[in-house]
Design a protein around this ligand. Structure first.
Ligand code: NAI
Ligand code: 15L
Length: 269
C-alpha cells in the first residue's frame, strides 16, 4: 500500500519517544529522516540520519531539505535552567519554522506538552480555547512553540497540529499519570491522524488515552478523527487514592504535578 508521504522528518529521534517512534513512523513515509543532536546509531532501511543542533540555523535549514512533513519531537523535555530551553525550544523552533517555510513544507506536528497549562488545578476541565497557563520555563517554551506555529499558519498557511502530550511512558509513574497517560499506540495513531487529516489549519489537541479520570476536553480537535483505544484503568491499583500526597501539596493541586517544584522557585539564592 502506498504511504502518505515520500519523506518525513522526525526530530528528537534519539530521545525516549523518538527511539520508540522510529519503527512505527515508517508507515507514514517511504523515507524517514531521523534527526537529533545526540547519536542515533546507524541508518536502517528507509532511514536517513542527520545529527543536528536545533539552535544551529544553517544545520536546521539543511535538515529540512527535501522533507514533506515534520514530526517535531526534538528539544529539552523537562524543566531545566532557561539557557538550554531557550536554545533548543525557542531558538530551535524559530530555526525550524524558518526552514519549513523556505523549503515549502506544508505540515508540522509539534510535540507540545500538558505543561502549557500546568497551572490549572486538577479539579479544572481544560479545553483548547482556554488561556494558556504554563507551569515553568519548559511550559513557557511550549507556549512559544504553539504561538509561533499559529503565526506561520495565519501568515503563511503552514499547517501545524500541536499535541499537548500528557505522559507517554510504558506505564504511569504516579497517581497523577492515571489522568495524563497516553499509550505509545495511541500516540502513534494520533500522529497518523495529525499527518493525514485533510485540513488541520492550526489545531491544538490533547495527547491522552481514554482514561477514567480526565482533565482535558478535546472537542475542538474532533476533525482529526483520533479515537484512543487504550486507557490507564489497568494501572489504577498501583496508586491507591489513600497513598496520594496531602491536599496542600502543589503537585496534587496543579495539573503540572512535580514540575511545580522543579521550575523557578522564589526567593532565589
Ligand atoms: P527526550 O528528552 O527523551 O528526547 C528529546 C530529544 O531531543 C533528545 O534525544 C535530545 O538529544 C534532543 N535534543 C535536545 N536538545 C536538542 C537540540 N538543541 N538539538 C537537537 N536535538 C535536541 O524527551 P521525550 O520524552 O522523548 O519527548 C519528546 C518530545 O515530546 C519533547 O519535545 C517533549 O517536550 C515532548 N513531550 C513528551 C512527553 C512524554 O510523556 N514523554 C510529554 C509531553 C511532551
Ligand atoms: C512532559 O512534557 C515531559 O516531556 C515528560 O517527560 C513528562 O514529564 C510529561 O510532561 C508529564 O507531565 O508527565
Amino acid at each position: 500500500m502506498s504511504k502518505p508521504f515520500r519523506r518525513i522528518l522526525l526530530t528528537g529521534a534519539a530521545g525516549g519517544l523518538g527511539r520508540q517512534l522510529r519503527g512505527p513512523v515508517k508507515d507514514f513515509a517511504d523515507v524517514v529522516r531521523l534527526a537529533d543532536i545526540a547519536d542515533m546509531g546507524e541508518a536502517q532501511e528507509g532511514e536517513e540520519i542527520v545529527q543536528c543542533d536545533l539552535a544551529d540555523r544553517d544545520a536546521v535549514l539543511r535538515m529540512c531539505e527535501g522533507v514533506d512533513a515534520v514530526l517535531h519531537f526534538g528539544g529539552i523535555s523537562t524543566e531545566t535552567p532557561f539557557a538550554p530551553i531557550m536554545n533548543a525550544n525557542i531558538l530551535g523552533m524559530v530555526n525550524l519554522y524558518e526552514a519549513v517555510h523556505k523549503h515549502g513544507i506544508r505540515r508540522v506536528v509539534f510535540a507540545s506538552s500538558n505543561h502549557t497549562m500546568g497551572m490549572y488545578r486538577t479539579t479544572d476541565m481544560v479545553d483548547a480555547t482556554m488561556p494558556l497557563r504554563p507551569d515553568g520555563y519548559y511550559g513557557v517554551s511550549k507556549v512559544f512553540g504553539e504561538s509561533l506555529s499559529r503565526f506561520y499558519w495565519d501568515r503563511f498557511g503552514i499547517e501545524t497540529v500541536c499535541i499537548r502530550i500528557g505522559s507517554c511512558f510504558p506505564e504511569p509513574a504516579n497517581r497523577r499519570m492515571l489522568s495524563t497517560y497516553i499509550s505509545l499506540d495511541d500516540l502513534v495513531e494520533l500522529l497518523r491522524c495529525s499527518l493525514t487529516a485533510p485540513r488541520v489549519g492550526h489545531t491544538i489537541t490533547f495527547g491522552v488515552s481514554d482514561n477514567p479520570s480526565v482533565w482535558w476536553d478535546d472537542r475542538h480537535a474532533r476533525h482529526l478523527g483520533f479515537v484512543p483505544k487504550d486507557n490507564s484503568a489497568k494501572f489504577a491499583s498501583m496508586f491507591p487514592a489513600g497513598d496520594y500526597p496531602p491536599v496542600d501539596d502543589l503537585a496534587t493541586i496543579y495539573q503540572g504535578g512535580g514540575f511545580l517544584y522543579s521550575g523557578p522557585q522564589y526567593p532565589q539564592e
